[in-house]
Design a protein around this ligand. Sequence first.
Ligand code: ADP
Ligand code: MG
Length: 348
Amino acid sequence: MLHRLLGLLGYDLAIDLGTANTLVSVVGEGLVVNEPSIVAVAEGTSRILSGGCAIGHLAKQMQGRTPQSIEVVRPLGDGVIRDFELCEAMLRYFMRKAHRPGLARPRVLVAVPGGITPVERRAVFNSTQRAGAREVLVVPEAKAAAIGSGLPIAEPVASMICDIGGGTTEVAVLSLGEIVASQSVRTAGDAMDRALVDYLRRHYNLRVGTSEAERLRIEIGSAYPLEQELVGEVRGVDAIGRLPRKATITSEEVRESLAEPLGRIVEAIKHTLDRCSTDLVSDLADNGLVLAGGGALLPGLDRWLSEQTGLPTRLCGDPLTAVARGTHVCLEHFDRWRGALRSGDEDL
Ligand code: ADP
Ligand code: MG
């Protein structure tokens, strides 16, 4: 009885714990946190700077401009938790920003990558609970992205989603509320940036940081030839002379550098299709593939994937918030979506 009463007085938080960005929304209010998943620490330690507040936007401002004694790190990388302690501190910080005083502790739904191991899921569960959750539930990111994109996943027709984030790409085919086939690959925005860094070193003898590569990719990158090809400038350090140098690079070159990671995303889509029945695949020929996640904003990706896979492909509205919207919907209509969610410590 007391438990139920506390439940009534509590609030619900939906969390998209992404490798690049963390989004938190309060049910009944909307999005309250949308910040980079990064933390600034004293070098070689886990001590978070600015009295524990150098997290998210604040840490981002420090990135690339830090003295030797400061390290800006991402607690999540390639879709896995790289640093458990910092991940928990970050979650705690963001959950505190969403804290609603006077109410009981929140029920929290966290979207997690499909390829997460039981140990990692346990870590997310423990961290969220220690950060103040009353109850922790998890939902696969791909399912949340599909719901957030407005796909009719509860119906007896196949829907396909491809969520391209920073660390992982989550591909899934869903029908009747369940994931029928899925694949999670550790190739997404970060892998594109690493490929561009490699390209600049090989072709221009230029050493460039990944955030500079990301800037260039967002500025002139594309997956499909542009009507008007572009030129961009990149700043780095000469690999031989070790002095600062700039280079001018074309959008064709950036596209060439992205061919390999983009190829791996196509493979993940094809592999997922291979595991579906012909009935489902023929549904998809009509309903197509929907793209979500920040990585999906690469210009021409929809057109290119459509050519590569033979599926009509489109971007969902506001791809960066699709997972957050989906998790929010699950909590808002909890009774309807309860079956799609799992307790965070289930099967462990
Ligand atoms: P995650 O779920 O892993 O936190 P997000 O869905 O937030 O990832 O997407 C982050 C990725 O989106 C980054 O690799 C970033 O470079 C990329 N991104 C963000 N905006 C754009 C854009 N306008 N064009 C291309 N890529 C973008
Ligand atoms: Mg994501």
